[in-house]
Write a protein that binds this ligand. Structure first.
Ligand code: ADP
Ligand code: ADP
Ligand code: ADP
Length: 213
């Protein structure tokens, strides 16, 4: 299955992507994770992306599309994938359609995680990420993360630079202006399914997996 997750920053895309990708046995491709890996390795791509990420802005379409084109050409993405955080603009969505059409295929489904702004702010301001395995935690909703140690692999947790109040505000504006139009874009293609992404993580996963059928 070729699936896209959309939703505002903090909606729970990364959290759910892990479960959904495992359920479907497809690779999870997160453009945010790829950018962060490049930032921490100091690659030219990372140096360029960091300027935008730190400001809470989207990385330019051309850079992002080229990166995704390379990633989708890897053998593990041949039979299906779950895209988390891409596309985020209408030009990215059009480029993805074209890229898949050239490969003789197309997206099967676009799932929108629906949550309101207040919840998104609560989720982002308490988000912590494991330096070792990348698992996503929350200081308030995952009490075990209070000791700042990952319960899964024992590594240290950190707060992302872009999860600070001012940057969060910019990211929400970017979402409303540039990403929210994808809901209509994919709605018009008949590929959109929206799910209620509030409530416990496990409940959201059940709704997401139900929506795949
Ligand atoms: P979140 O999980 O909070 O939505 P991500 O980890 O997906 O954030 O993305 C972090 C940052 O990486 C974004 O704010 C943006 O700067 C950049 N980024 C990620 N995906 C894209 C994309 N598809 N287009 C442009 N920029 C992106
Ligand atoms: P590691 O193997 O240590 O996790 P990589 O150097 O493979 O790190 O980079 C992490 C991710 O970033 C990988 O998924 C890789 O495909 C992707 N990546 C790295 N550089 C580029 C690039 N220039 N264009 C596209 N994808 C890239
Ligand atoms: P996104 O990838 O959409 O930015 P994440 O998956 O990183 O979102 O989740 C943002 C924060 O919200 C994380 O700290 C995560 O632990 C937390 N979170 C995710 N889903 C839920 C949920 N259903 N209830 C409460 N907190 C959640």
């Amino acid at each position: 299955m070729r699936l896209v997750l959309v939703g505002p920053p903090g909606a729970g895309k990364g959290t759910q992507a892990e479960f959904i990708a495992a359920h479907l046995a497809v690779p999870k491709i997160s453009t945010g994770d790829i950018f962060r890996a490049n930032v921490s390795q100091g690659t030219p791509l990372g140096v360029e992306a960091k300027r935008y990420m730190d400001a809470g802005q989207l990385v330019p379409d051309e850079v992002t599309i080229n990166m995704v084109r390379d990633r989708l050409a890897e053998p593990d993405a041949g039979d299906g994938f779950l895209l988390d955080g891409f596309p985020r603009t209408v030009p990215q969505a059009s480029a993805l359609d074209k890229l898949l059409a050239d490969l003789g295929t197309a997206l099967d489904l676009v799932m929108e995680l629906v949550v309101d702004d207040d919840e998104v702010i609560r989720r982002l301001s308490g988000r912590r990420t494991c330096r070792g395995c990348g698992k996503i935690w929350h200081v308030e909703f995952d009490p075990t993360s209070k000791d700042n140690i990952c319960d899964r692999c024992g590594s240290e947790l950190f707060q992302r630079d872009d999860d600070k109040a001012e940057t969060i505000a910019n990211r929400l504006v970017e979402y409303a202006e540039k990403t929210a139009p994808l809901v209509d874009f994919y709605g018009a293609q008949g590929k959109l399914v929206g799910i209620d992404a509030t409530g416990p993580v496990e409940d959201v996963t059940v709704r997401a997996i139900d929506a795949l059928r």
